[in-house]
Ligand binder design. Structure first.
Ligand SMILES: [Zn+2]
Length: 709
């Protein structure tokens, strides 16, 4: 028996050496995998494209979940004889990274505003690349058996080329347009945000009623009202039948007399207040739509920093907060304030990063006509071409896709893929460089970058070298997309739409969505609560295998998973148990050669049948994405059946004189130990490989065939 089994298992010492052995074997790459047991080459591909983590910090527990589940799937399918590719990546993560970097600048007493764009971009690039290589080291620590030679970063030239080609195709197909549209503007971050990047919060604010000529209008935002010169009422509202569309009325308003024009539109709700409203098309989505329908002019009242413009007269330059009470005061002094409802409860959209209230602004942006891309995906999902774990995400996604609105893909941030568009007057040219003649002839580049999800949405085919590479031909479509449930709209939906649009095929046919990792009491992990579990610290303390078991057991798709120190510690005990079982079996089977066709006695035939049943169950559970059950069953069998009962009985048996029974049991124990190591490998790759190296020199467990049951 190898001497190492006399000492306890030392995960910290063993794991880096084992990872190095795997990496050196080349088995992370599909082309290096050994032939099947019958000598034929592997033909069936099995591909997972890794969700590229944001290269702006450490891996957290959520990352550890995806690394563990995807690695489990890849290891299992590699052992099943498939041509496995797990393609790793890292995401520049546009706005997300820029926000992290801005905080860093803030701490240093600096700000991005006013910085040379080239210098800023370069600084963020250095920061991102440093984080990227740090993160890769952490991923290795977690045992990720991905093909590092194929790793992709979202800002690599070939990825950018694919993204540009997609944009050009969308443009040629009339599926992107530049439009003056209302966008969600964050005045802190100085960028527009997609609807998904805003959150709605409930607020209680005063609601003001003002006299507007012969009418009464209500608003929570008097500061937007300076240039309100359109008064809108429902065409069927009998109270206002005397007013006709286009009627002009002279009224006294905040900064003096103005001419108001009557507009009849069904958007005005007769049940709301007086049934009359004025509109501010530049700063409200509803008002913008009314203005568009009636061809009305637009005027900006609030600038991009949230300050009032000269149209506000004496209030120009003030922030909304400062100006609001003063404006109300002025209207009151002019006798135009009717009443105030102090407790008006309403929902306001805020920036998902800083919580600042979104100020709608009208900007020229690029929009994708997403309905055309959503329709074929809706059809494919309805036809059952995509399987969701858990299943209810199918309905959630279908509902979202059915009600989808045009997607604003322009971002006013520097950290991203620049939009490949040039302008000269009203001429538009789509391309990486200006048309022949160059920028010198008056072409100016669009200053914006793409929404980071526009490029991530193309990740499965962009990483595989679409359209010509051999990898694309071999490994696309991929088999499963495994990611967090919170990314169903942001990412999964966009991959389905853009993948089908560009390649004609869905990028994957299975979507597995894991839930959030939470603290023991079920609450969200947060720095302020001090309940954050660092997966890397846990891996150092208890071993990566223990961490992985802690992340798998009890983890059903789509629901939160609790992770805490004691849970992981319990699986460290399990690793020790496996180590001790091995020692016992090796001590008691010295000189015995495993015989794969041994004729067991009746007792051991029964034990074997019982074990085969467990192995079959475990296999079926993995095939059906019930990893938590597979892990639990192996744990129960190995600890409570094999160690607690069978080994205890064997001790007595080995003290006896029934030589035939002893020989049969020795063969059984060797078989069950070896096969358990195979079954446990996708869950606990390090300790199983470490033991394997002692009982089967010259072979590696990572490519050992899965038992054919
Ligand atoms: Zn913000």
């Amino acid at each position: 028996m190898p001497e190492k089994f006399l000492k306890p298992y030392d995960s910290a010492a063993a794991e880096p050496l084992i990872y190095q052995k795997w990496a050196e074997s080349g088995y992370f790459a599909p082309e290096n995998l050994p032939n099947l047991p019958d000598g034929s080459p592997r033909t069936e591909p099995y591909t997972i494209i890794m969700p590229p983590p944001n290269a702006n910090g450490s891996l957290h527990a959520g990352h550890a979940v995806f690394v563990t589940i995807e690695d489990l799937l890849i290891r299992y399918n590699r052992m099943k004889g498939k041509k496995t590719l797990w393609l790793p990546g890292a995401d520049h993560a546009g706005f997300e990274t820029q926000v992290v970097y801005e905080k860093k600048l803030e701490k240093e007493g600096r700000t991005r505003f006013g910085m040379d764009p080239g210098v800023l971009r370069n600084e963020i690039l250095q920061f991102t690349m440093a984080n990227k290589s740090f993160m890769e080291g952490q991923m290795r620590q977690l045992g990720a058996s991905c093909d590092w030679n194929r790793e992709k970063f979202t800002l690599e030239p070939d990825v950018i080329r694919t993204v540009y080609d997609t944009f050009k195709k969308l443009y040629a197909d009339g599926l992107v347009y530049r439009g003056k549209r209302i966008v969600n503007w964050c005045s802190k971050h100085q960028t527009s945000l997609s609807n998904l990047e805003t959150e709605r919060v409930s607020r209680t604010d005063p609601f003001y009623y003002f006299k507007y000529g012969p009418f009464t209008i209500g608003t929570v935002r008097p500061e937007t009202k300076f240039a309100d010169k359109y008064v809108v009422m429902h065409p069927d509202d009998v109270r206002y039948a005397q007013y006709k569309e286009g009627d002009k009325i002279e009224i006294e308003w905040i900064n003096g007399p103005i001419t108001a024009t009557v507009i009849k539109d069904e958007a005005s709700d007769p049940e709301m207040g007086s049934g009359v409203m004025t509109i501010t098309p530049w700063h409200s989505g509803v008002d913008f739509d009314i203005a568009k329908r009636h061809n009305l002019g637009l005027e900006q009242i609030i600038d991009e920093r949230g300050k009032l413009l000269p149209v506000a007269g004496e209030f120009a330059g003030m922030s909304i907060k400062e100006a609001r009470p003063l404006i109300v005061e002025k209207l009151k002094s002019k006798g135009l304030l009717e009443k105030i409802d102090e407790k008006y409860v309403h929902e306001v959209p805020v920036c998902y990063k800083c919580g600042r209230e979104i100020e709608p602004q009208v900007k020229e942006q690029w929009f994708v006509k997403i309905k055309s891309l959503a329709e074929p995906v809706i059809k494919a999902i309805e036809a059952g071409e995509v399987t969701f774990y858990p299943e209810h995400y199918k309905k959630i996604l279908l509902n979202w896709l059915t009600n989808i609105e045009d997607w604003n893909i322009s971002r006013q941030i520097i950290w991203g893929i620049p939009i490949p568009v040039w302008y000269k007057g009203s001429d538009i040219f789509v391309g990486e460089n200006p048309p022949a003649g160059g920028a010198g002839e008056g072409w100016g580049r669009d200053p914006d970058t793409f929404d980071t999800w526009f490029s991530s949405g193309q990740w499965p085919f962009a990483t595989l070298g679409f359209p010509d590479s051999q990898d694309y031909k071999t490994f696309y479509p991929t088999q499963v997309m495994e990611t967090g449930g919170d990314l169903i709209f942001f990412w999964v939906s966009r991959m389905l739409m853009l993948g089908l649009y560009r390649t004609g095929k869905l990028p994957f046919n299975t979507v597995y969505l894991h839930g959030m990792v939470v603290a023991k009491d079920g609450t969200k992990m947060s720095k302020s609560k001090g309940n954050v579990i660092s997966p890397l610290e846990m891996s150092e303390k208890y071993g990566t295998d223990a961490l992985r078991m802690g992340l798998i057991i009890g983890n059903t798709p789509g629901t939160p998973t609790a992770l805490y120190d004691d849970k992981i510690k319990a699986y460290k005990h399990f690793a020790n148990k496996i180590w001790n079982i091995t020692r016992f079996v090796l001590e008691n089977t010295q000189g015995v050669t495993p015989n794969p066709v041994y004729n067991f006695n009746a007792a051991d035939t029964d034990l074997l049948a019982e074990f085969i049943l467990v192995a079959k169950d475990v296999t079926a559970d993995i095939e059906n994405y019930r990893f938590y059950l597979a892990g639990e069953k192996l744990y129960q069998y190995v600890w409570h059946r094999l160690a607690d009962t069978i080994l205890e009985e064997s001790k007595t048996l080995f003290k006896g004189a029934d030589e035939a029974a002893i020989q049969s049991r020795k063969q059984f124990l060797l078989y069950v130990l070896r096969t358990s190591l195979v079954l446990l490998h996708p869950f606990m790759p390090f300790i199983t490989e470490e033991i394997w190296s002692s009982i089967q020199s010259g072979s590696m467990l990572i490519v050992e065939p899965w038992p054919n049951l």
